[in-house]
Write a protein that binds this ligand. Structure first.
Ligand code: BG6
Length: 492
């Protein structure tokens, strides 16, 4: 979508269609496909981004025909997309693009049919929306039945391993059949509109980049707070916890984009090289700089243990930590990361707290002289810069900070503010062959190499997470982590 200014309003020009493609979704009847992938594709279709020759092929174990699959997809779209995002006319035409093949991942059945369905002269992409244990199996089958071409793309979901060892194994398994340039490891946070805007703000303005360093930045806060609990996916979550589920991937990516050096170009390897350098510059984290929490029942909310259907558990549903990027730019500037389930509200943001002006020409008690830049990921995507001004009126020079607030909805109008879901953007990037917003194998391994010793240390000590009330802003200990440094978290 390209926004162009016409008079006062910012208009959105038409989207540019991608090349014709065959996209095979393995796990097409599963949760992620129903919630995100298929509704996302439908939205891109309605927006005119899919050329008439584009086709989507569902693949899963269940035996069913095209019509039954299309019916499932219709139901998923009606369940997971609000009515205002649906176009009834478009729906029928979209469903006509779909076909379905039943395949047996471990056996022979269905693979010849799949091969017969694929066309030669269009982009070929395979989305592995399945358990990681099947990644290798599918890669091998595609190779064995000579279905995937040399230029085919495969898309793999998180979790990408549960530690360095398993991530390496997965990388090696995929590398046996596909080149790195063919592998698209999804971290859907990279597809969020505001996350990409972080790069636009940093590298498209002269205003911020000169100040983006330890000399001017006091600290950075990265928060991903969720209102939802772990109910419904407790079995998976209890084996992961917030560190593996959120920090190793989503928060790490946000940290990288915030802390990285300007890449020479906005190109896949240039960006990913810079992100990798950030991960490699991370210091190990001392136990005193980590708070792990687990929610307790409160009000109408069940406890973590009830949600996870576990009698006992040492898994954290909340984590806060103070970390350092040990390089010239960020010397001694702390990054505070925080994420949790069942918190007071859903709120994700990256906040840059600048230092106070070096000298005050005003009275000591005049007030605040520090700027804060916040990049709101969700909800209400936008960017807000707080600047110091004089409090209006008589009574001397009293300083207050006021927002220079750009809510996308206000600034760009409803059409642009109706931001595409992260998956919509990322799947189109796969078809375009653009890996910039996907993780490279070495990045994922570096992230685990940093994460593993932290987890190993708390497991060796037998640490238990501290309790916090469901619906609160997290454990008291997280507030103390900040108070110790004379700082405060932003409100959740
Ligand atoms: C997923 C995690 O990757 O991201 C979930 O596994 C989490 O636990 C989700 O709820 C959050 O994504 P979003 O886009 O809703 O912030």
């Amino acid at each position: 979508m390209e926004a162009v200014r016409q008079g006062k309003a910012i208009m959105v020009s038409r989207v540019i269609p991608v090349d014709p493609f065959d996209l095979v979704i393995f796990g097409a009847t599963g949760d992620l496909a129903r919630r995100k992938i298929l509704p996302g594709l439908y939205r891109r279709f309605c927006d005119g981004q899919m050329p008439p020759e584009a086709r989507i092929i569902g693949a899963a174990r269940t035996e069913q025909d095209n019509a039954a699959f299309a019916e499932q997809v219709r139901e998923a779209i009606e369940t997971f997309l609000p009515a205002k995002k649906r176009d009834p006319k478009g729906l029928k035409a979209f469903l006509e693009r779909l076909s379905y093949v039943a395949v047996d991942a471990h056996g022979e059945a269905g693979w010849e049919d799949l091969r017969a369905t694929m066309r030669d002269n269009v982009v070929q992409a395979f989305y592995f929306s399945v358990a990681p244990a099947l990644f290798g199996v599918l890669a091998e089958r595609l190779h064995h039945f000579e279905i995937a071409r040399k230029d085919a793309r495969i898309v793999v979901e998180k979790p990408f391993g549960r530690d360095l060892g398993t991530a390496r194994e997965l990388n090696a398994t995929l590398a046996a059949h596909f080149d790195e340039a063919q592998i698209y490891r999804i971290d859907h946070y990279l597809g969020k509109e505001t996350v990409q805007n972080l790069m636009a703000v940093r590298f498209g303005n002269t205003l911020f980049e000169p100040l983006w360093n330890a000399q001017y930045v006091d600290h950075v806060q990265i928060t991903v707070a969720e209102e939802v609990g772990v109910g419904g996916r407790g079995a998976y979550y209890d084996k992961s916890g917030a560190m593996r589920d959120m920090v190793q991937n989503h928060l790490m990516q946000l940290l990288c984009l915030t802390a990285m050096e300007p890449p020479a170009r906005f190109e896949p390897d240039a960006v990913r090289d810079e992100k990798l350098k950030v991960i490699r510059a991370l210091d190990p984290v001392a136990p005193v700089d980590i708070v792990r929490g687990q929610y307790r029942a409160s009000g109408d909310h069940a406890s973590y243990l009830e949600d996870a259907e576990a009698e006992v558990s040492r898994t954290e549903s909340f984590i806060a930590m103070k970390i350092h990027v040990s390089n010239w730019r960020w010397n001694r500037t702390p990054f505070y990361l925080r994420t949790g389930k069942r918190l007071r509200s859903r709120k994700s943001e990256i906040v840059i707290h600048f230092k106070e002006t070096p000298h005050s020409i005003f009275d000591a008690d005049a007030g605040n002289r520090a700027n804060v830049l916040s990049i709101r990921l969700q909800p209400d995507e936008g960017i807000d810069l707080r600047v110091t001004i004089k409090e209006p009126g008589p009574g001397g020079m009293r300083l207050i900070d006021v927002p220079l607030d750009m809510s996308f909805a206000d600034a760009l109008g409803p059409e642009v503010a109706d931001v595409p879901d992260a998956y919509e953007r990322l799947i189109m990037d796969v078809i375009r062959g653009n890996q910039t917003l996907f993780m490279r194998g070495d990045e994922v391994e570096a992230a685990w190499a940093w994460t593993d010793p932290i987890i190993a240390a708390w497991e060796a000590r037998g640490d238990r997470p501290v309790p916090y009330h469901a619906g609160s802003s997290g454990p008291e200990e997280a507030a103390i982590l900040m108070h110790r440094d004379n700082r405060r978290w932003r409100e959740i």
